[in-house]
Design a protein around this ligand. Structure first.
Ligand SMILES: Nc1ncnc2c1ncn2[C@@H]1O[C@H](COP(=O)(O)OP(=O)(O)OP(=O)(O)O)[C@@H](O)[C@H]1O
Ligand SMILES: [Mg+2]
Length: 302
Protein backbone atom coordinates (compact mmCIF):
# COMPACT_ATOMS: atom_id res chain seq x y z
CA UNK A 1 0.00 0.00 0.00
CA UNK A 2 3.01 2.25 0.33
CA UNK A 3 4.77 1.65 -2.96
CA UNK A 4 7.40 4.35 -3.46
CA UNK A 5 8.13 7.19 -1.12
CA UNK A 6 6.35 10.37 -1.98
CA UNK A 7 8.36 13.57 -2.37
CA UNK A 8 10.98 15.62 -0.77
CA UNK A 9 9.16 18.76 -1.85
CA UNK A 10 5.68 19.28 -0.64
CA UNK A 11 4.76 22.87 -1.49
CA UNK A 12 5.39 23.62 -5.14
CA UNK A 13 4.76 26.92 -6.92
CA UNK A 14 4.13 26.86 -10.66
CA UNK A 15 5.77 30.09 -11.74
CA UNK A 16 6.86 32.17 -14.67
CA UNK A 17 6.45 35.91 -14.89
CA UNK A 18 5.63 35.53 -18.56
CA UNK A 19 1.96 35.04 -19.41
CA UNK A 20 0.46 32.15 -21.34
CA UNK A 21 3.26 29.62 -20.86
CA UNK A 22 0.89 26.91 -19.47
CA UNK A 23 1.27 27.59 -15.74
CA UNK A 24 -2.41 26.99 -14.96
CA UNK A 25 -2.64 23.99 -17.29
CA UNK A 26 0.42 22.48 -15.64
CA UNK A 27 -0.78 23.26 -12.09
CA UNK A 28 -4.19 21.65 -12.66
CA UNK A 29 -2.83 18.52 -14.35
CA UNK A 30 -0.01 18.15 -11.86
CA UNK A 31 -2.34 18.51 -8.86
CA UNK A 32 -4.82 16.01 -10.26
CA UNK A 33 -2.06 13.60 -11.33
CA UNK A 34 -0.56 13.65 -7.83
CA UNK A 35 -3.94 13.05 -6.23
CA UNK A 36 -4.37 9.99 -8.48
CA UNK A 37 -1.02 8.64 -7.32
CA UNK A 38 -2.32 8.88 -3.77
CA UNK A 39 -5.29 6.61 -4.58
CA UNK A 40 -4.80 2.86 -4.38
CA UNK A 41 -7.29 0.23 -5.46
CA UNK A 42 -8.26 -1.97 -2.54
CA UNK A 43 -9.55 -5.53 -2.57
CA UNK A 44 -12.83 -5.87 -0.59
CA UNK A 45 -11.19 -8.30 1.84
CA UNK A 46 -8.59 -5.66 2.73
CA UNK A 47 -11.08 -3.01 3.76
CA UNK A 48 -11.31 -4.16 7.35
CA UNK A 49 -7.53 -3.87 7.73
CA UNK A 50 -7.72 -0.11 7.18
CA UNK A 51 -7.77 1.64 10.54
CA UNK A 52 -9.03 5.04 9.35
CA UNK A 53 -12.42 4.64 7.60
CA UNK A 54 -12.22 8.18 6.17
CA UNK A 55 -9.39 7.04 3.90
CA UNK A 56 -11.69 4.59 2.12
CA UNK A 57 -13.43 5.79 -1.04
CA UNK A 58 -16.12 3.88 -2.91
CA UNK A 59 -16.73 4.55 -6.57
CA UNK A 60 -19.29 2.28 -8.24
CA UNK A 61 -18.07 -1.25 -7.54
CA UNK A 62 -14.50 -0.17 -6.84
CA UNK A 63 -12.89 0.58 -3.50
CA UNK A 64 -9.91 2.86 -3.07
CA UNK A 65 -7.55 3.63 -0.23
CA UNK A 66 -6.49 7.30 -0.06
CA UNK A 67 -2.87 7.68 0.97
CA UNK A 68 -3.14 11.44 1.13
CA UNK A 69 -4.71 14.61 -0.23
CA UNK A 70 -3.60 17.35 -2.63
CA UNK A 71 -4.46 21.04 -2.43
CA UNK A 72 -4.39 23.30 -5.49
CA UNK A 73 -4.12 26.96 -4.50
CA UNK A 74 -5.10 29.51 -7.13
CA UNK A 75 -3.02 32.65 -6.63
CA UNK A 76 -4.25 34.21 -9.86
CA UNK A 77 -7.28 36.55 -9.58
CA UNK A 78 -8.43 35.27 -12.99
CA UNK A 79 -9.72 32.22 -11.05
CA UNK A 80 -9.08 29.77 -13.88
CA UNK A 81 -8.43 26.74 -11.66
CA UNK A 82 -12.05 26.41 -10.50
CA UNK A 83 -13.32 26.84 -14.03
CA UNK A 84 -10.88 24.33 -15.50
CA UNK A 85 -11.89 21.74 -12.91
CA UNK A 86 -15.61 22.48 -13.25
CA UNK A 87 -15.99 23.51 -9.62
CA UNK A 88 -18.30 26.25 -8.40
CA UNK A 89 -16.27 28.16 -5.81
CA UNK A 90 -19.36 29.55 -4.07
CA UNK A 91 -18.14 31.92 -1.36
CA UNK A 92 -14.75 30.24 -0.97
CA UNK A 93 -12.02 32.76 -1.71
CA UNK A 94 -8.32 32.97 -1.03
CA UNK A 95 -8.51 36.78 -0.84
CA UNK A 96 -10.82 36.49 2.17
CA UNK A 97 -8.57 33.91 3.81
CA UNK A 98 -5.58 36.22 3.52
CA UNK A 99 -7.62 39.05 5.10
CA UNK A 100 -8.84 36.70 7.84
CA UNK A 101 -12.45 37.10 6.75
CA UNK A 102 -12.75 33.39 6.07
CA UNK A 103 -11.09 30.48 7.76
CA UNK A 104 -8.94 28.22 5.63
CA UNK A 105 -11.18 25.25 6.40
CA UNK A 106 -14.21 27.10 4.92
CA UNK A 107 -12.34 28.19 1.82
CA UNK A 108 -10.83 24.86 0.81
CA UNK A 109 -13.40 23.07 -1.34
CA UNK A 110 -13.59 19.61 -2.78
CA UNK A 111 -12.77 19.21 -6.47
CA UNK A 112 -14.52 15.84 -6.56
CA UNK A 113 -16.91 15.34 -9.47
CA UNK A 114 -17.81 11.71 -8.93
CA UNK A 115 -21.43 12.44 -9.76
CA UNK A 116 -20.37 13.46 -13.29
CA UNK A 117 -18.05 10.48 -13.72
CA UNK A 118 -14.85 12.23 -12.58
CA UNK A 119 -13.87 10.92 -9.16
CA UNK A 120 -11.36 13.21 -7.45
CA UNK A 121 -11.93 12.33 -3.80
CA UNK A 122 -8.57 13.64 -2.59
CA UNK A 123 -8.18 16.77 -4.73
CA UNK A 124 -9.03 20.08 -3.10
CA UNK A 125 -9.06 23.66 -4.29
CA UNK A 126 -8.52 27.01 -2.62
CA UNK A 127 -10.10 29.21 -5.29
CA UNK A 128 -9.39 32.77 -6.26
CA UNK A 129 -11.37 35.71 -7.59
CA UNK A 130 -11.00 39.45 -8.27
CA UNK A 131 -11.06 39.86 -4.47
CA UNK A 132 -7.46 38.72 -4.42
CA UNK A 133 -6.37 41.97 -6.09
CA UNK A 134 -7.89 44.13 -3.37
CA UNK A 135 -6.66 41.75 -0.67
CA UNK A 136 -3.14 42.15 -2.06
CA UNK A 137 -3.49 45.95 -1.96
CA UNK A 138 -4.60 45.83 1.66
CA UNK A 139 -1.77 43.47 2.63
CA UNK A 140 0.72 45.70 0.83
CA UNK A 141 -0.45 48.63 2.95
CA UNK A 142 -0.38 46.57 6.12
CA UNK A 143 3.22 45.57 5.48
CA UNK A 144 4.26 49.02 4.21
CA UNK A 145 5.78 50.00 7.52
CA UNK A 146 8.08 47.03 7.23
CA UNK A 147 9.67 48.65 4.10
CA UNK A 148 12.92 46.72 3.81
CA UNK A 149 11.36 43.57 5.17
CA UNK A 150 8.12 43.69 3.22
CA UNK A 151 8.63 40.31 1.58
CA UNK A 152 9.23 38.83 4.96
CA UNK A 153 6.02 40.46 6.26
CA UNK A 154 3.97 39.03 3.38
CA UNK A 155 5.61 35.67 3.80
CA UNK A 156 4.68 35.66 7.47
CA UNK A 157 1.06 36.43 6.56
CA UNK A 158 1.01 33.57 4.03
CA UNK A 159 2.56 31.17 6.55
CA UNK A 160 0.13 32.30 9.21
CA UNK A 161 -3.05 31.99 7.09
CA UNK A 162 -2.08 28.93 5.05
CA UNK A 163 0.25 27.08 7.41
CA UNK A 164 -2.44 24.66 8.53
CA UNK A 165 -2.64 23.34 4.96
CA UNK A 166 0.99 22.21 5.13
CA UNK A 167 0.09 19.87 7.97
CA UNK A 168 -3.03 18.53 6.30
CA UNK A 169 -1.98 17.93 2.69
CA UNK A 170 0.58 15.62 1.13
CA UNK A 171 1.17 18.09 -1.71
CA UNK A 172 0.26 21.74 -2.22
CA UNK A 173 0.45 23.05 -5.79
CA UNK A 174 0.22 26.81 -6.22
CA UNK A 175 -0.76 28.37 -9.53
CA UNK A 176 0.87 31.81 -9.72
CA UNK A 177 -0.07 34.80 -11.85
CA UNK A 178 2.27 36.12 -14.57
CA UNK A 179 3.83 38.71 -12.29
CA UNK A 180 6.89 39.37 -10.20
CA UNK A 181 5.55 41.74 -7.57
CA UNK A 182 6.31 41.56 -3.85
CA UNK A 183 3.28 39.37 -3.21
CA UNK A 184 4.17 36.82 -5.88
CA UNK A 185 7.72 36.74 -4.59
CA UNK A 186 6.39 36.00 -1.13
CA UNK A 187 4.39 33.14 -2.65
CA UNK A 188 7.62 31.82 -4.19
CA UNK A 189 9.26 32.01 -0.78
CA UNK A 190 6.38 30.16 0.81
CA UNK A 191 7.03 27.26 -1.58
CA UNK A 192 9.68 24.62 -1.12
CA UNK A 193 10.52 24.71 -4.81
CA UNK A 194 9.35 25.99 -8.18
CA UNK A 195 8.02 24.25 -11.25
CA UNK A 196 8.77 26.54 -14.20
CA UNK A 197 6.93 25.96 -17.47
CA UNK A 198 8.78 27.66 -20.33
CA UNK A 199 7.46 28.27 -23.78
CA UNK A 200 9.42 28.67 -27.00
CA UNK A 201 9.08 32.30 -27.91
CA UNK A 202 9.68 32.83 -31.61
CA UNK A 203 8.47 36.37 -31.39
CA UNK A 204 11.21 37.51 -29.05
CA UNK A 205 13.74 35.57 -31.07
CA UNK A 206 12.85 37.16 -34.38
CA UNK A 207 15.40 39.73 -35.39
CA UNK A 208 16.95 40.09 -31.96
CA UNK A 209 19.66 37.49 -32.50
CA UNK A 210 19.11 36.50 -28.89
CA UNK A 211 20.42 33.16 -27.85
CA UNK A 212 17.69 30.64 -27.16
CA UNK A 213 18.73 30.06 -23.56
CA UNK A 214 18.65 33.83 -22.95
CA UNK A 215 14.97 33.81 -23.77
CA UNK A 216 14.36 31.05 -21.30
CA UNK A 217 16.63 32.71 -18.78
CA UNK A 218 14.47 35.82 -18.96
CA UNK A 219 11.53 33.61 -18.03
CA UNK A 220 13.37 31.88 -15.21
CA UNK A 221 15.11 34.98 -13.78
CA UNK A 222 13.74 36.44 -10.58
CA UNK A 223 12.71 33.07 -9.22
CA UNK A 224 15.09 33.01 -6.31
CA UNK A 225 14.00 29.69 -4.91
CA UNK A 226 15.09 26.20 -5.68
CA UNK A 227 13.86 25.20 -9.13
CA UNK A 228 12.52 21.68 -8.96
CA UNK A 229 11.74 21.26 -12.66
CA UNK A 230 11.81 23.33 -15.84
CA UNK A 231 9.02 22.12 -18.12
CA UNK A 232 9.30 22.97 -21.81
CA UNK A 233 5.71 23.45 -23.00
CA UNK A 234 4.00 23.82 -26.40
CA UNK A 235 6.62 21.55 -27.92
CA UNK A 236 6.34 20.55 -31.58
CA UNK A 237 8.72 17.68 -32.14
CA UNK A 238 9.13 18.11 -35.87
CA UNK A 239 10.15 21.74 -35.44
CA UNK A 240 13.91 21.91 -35.49
CA UNK A 241 13.92 25.03 -33.34
CA UNK A 242 11.87 23.39 -30.59
CA UNK A 243 14.24 20.46 -30.43
CA UNK A 244 17.21 22.81 -30.38
CA UNK A 245 15.66 24.71 -27.48
CA UNK A 246 15.11 21.61 -25.39
CA UNK A 247 18.68 20.45 -26.14
CA UNK A 248 20.09 23.82 -25.10
CA UNK A 249 17.99 23.86 -21.95
CA UNK A 250 19.29 20.40 -21.04
CA UNK A 251 22.87 21.47 -21.67
CA UNK A 252 22.43 24.47 -19.41
CA UNK A 253 20.20 23.10 -16.65
CA UNK A 254 20.86 19.36 -16.88
CA UNK A 255 18.34 16.89 -15.56
CA UNK A 256 16.01 19.40 -13.91
CA UNK A 257 14.55 19.80 -17.42
CA UNK A 258 11.58 17.46 -17.82
CA UNK A 259 10.35 15.77 -20.95
CA UNK A 260 8.73 18.46 -23.11
CA UNK A 261 4.94 18.73 -23.11
CA UNK A 262 3.77 18.52 -26.72
CA UNK A 263 1.54 21.25 -28.12
CA UNK A 264 -1.83 19.52 -28.32
CA UNK A 265 -5.38 20.47 -29.11
CA UNK A 266 -6.59 18.06 -26.41
CA UNK A 267 -4.58 19.83 -23.70
CA UNK A 268 -6.19 23.11 -24.77
CA UNK A 269 -9.68 21.60 -24.99
CA UNK A 270 -9.79 19.61 -21.75
CA UNK A 271 -10.48 22.61 -19.43
CA UNK A 272 -13.33 23.80 -21.66
CA UNK A 273 -15.14 20.57 -20.74
CA UNK A 274 -13.91 20.84 -17.13
CA UNK A 275 -11.61 17.85 -17.37
CA UNK A 276 -7.95 17.36 -16.66
CA UNK A 277 -5.85 15.73 -19.37
CA UNK A 278 -6.03 12.42 -17.46
CA UNK A 279 -9.82 12.51 -17.63
CA UNK A 280 -9.96 13.76 -21.21
CA UNK A 281 -7.53 11.10 -22.44
CA UNK A 282 -7.87 8.22 -19.95
CA UNK A 283 -6.15 5.74 -22.26
CA UNK A 284 -3.03 7.90 -22.63
CA UNK A 285 -3.32 7.97 -26.41
CA UNK A 286 -1.95 11.50 -26.57
CA UNK A 287 1.80 11.99 -25.99
CA UNK A 288 0.94 15.12 -23.95
CA UNK A 289 -0.89 12.94 -21.40
CA UNK A 290 2.16 10.68 -21.15
CA UNK A 291 4.42 13.72 -20.72
CA UNK A 292 2.24 15.16 -17.96
CA UNK A 293 2.24 11.77 -16.22
CA UNK A 294 6.05 11.79 -16.35
CA UNK A 295 6.03 15.19 -14.69
CA UNK A 296 3.67 13.88 -11.99
CA UNK A 297 5.99 10.91 -11.33
CA UNK A 298 9.02 13.20 -11.15
CA UNK A 299 7.38 15.34 -8.50
CA UNK A 300 5.89 12.39 -6.63
CA UNK A 301 9.16 10.53 -6.30
CA UNK A 302 11.16 13.62 -5.47
N1 LIG B 1 0.41 21.74 -24.41
C1 LIG B 1 -0.49 22.63 -24.86
N2 LIG B 1 -0.94 22.55 -26.12
C2 LIG B 1 -1.86 23.44 -26.59
N3 LIG B 1 -2.41 24.40 -25.86
C3 LIG B 1 -2.01 24.52 -24.58
C4 LIG B 1 -1.02 23.65 -24.01
N4 LIG B 1 -0.82 24.03 -22.73
C5 LIG B 1 -1.64 25.08 -22.50
N5 LIG B 1 -2.35 25.38 -23.61
C6 LIG B 1 -3.32 26.48 -23.78
O1 LIG B 1 -2.60 27.69 -23.80
C7 LIG B 1 -3.33 28.72 -23.14
C8 LIG B 1 -2.50 29.28 -21.99
O2 LIG B 1 -2.33 28.27 -21.01
P1 LIG B 1 -2.43 28.62 -19.45
O3 LIG B 1 -3.66 29.38 -19.16
O4 LIG B 1 -2.21 27.34 -18.74
O5 LIG B 1 -1.16 29.56 -19.33
P2 LIG B 1 -0.75 30.47 -18.07
O6 LIG B 1 0.75 30.49 -18.07
O7 LIG B 1 -1.42 29.99 -16.85
O8 LIG B 1 -1.34 31.87 -18.50
P3 LIG B 1 -1.43 33.18 -17.54
O9 LIG B 1 -0.04 33.72 -17.51
O10 LIG B 1 -2.41 34.06 -18.24
O11 LIG B 1 -1.90 32.73 -16.19
C9 LIG B 1 -4.62 28.08 -22.66
O12 LIG B 1 -5.62 28.35 -23.62
C10 LIG B 1 -4.29 26.60 -22.63
O13 LIG B 1 -5.43 25.79 -22.83
MG1 LIG C 1 -2.58 31.00 -15.45
Amino acid sequence: MTEGTPQRHKVLAVVNRKGGVAKTTTAINLAHGLSRKLMRRLAPEDVERVSDPSSIFHYHDRIYYLLGHVLLIDFDPQGHCARGLGIDPGRADIGEVLLEQQHLTEAVISADRSADGYPRPNLWLLPSSDNLESAKDILRLQTMSLTTKRNYGLLRILSDRLGLAIERFTFIIMDCPPALDAFTQAVYQFADAAIVPVKPDYFSMAGTGQHITNIFEAQVRGIDINIHTIVPTFNVERQVLDKQMVDELRQKYGNIVSAPIPRSQQVAEAPSVQQTIFEFDPRYLNPATVAYQELVDRVYYG
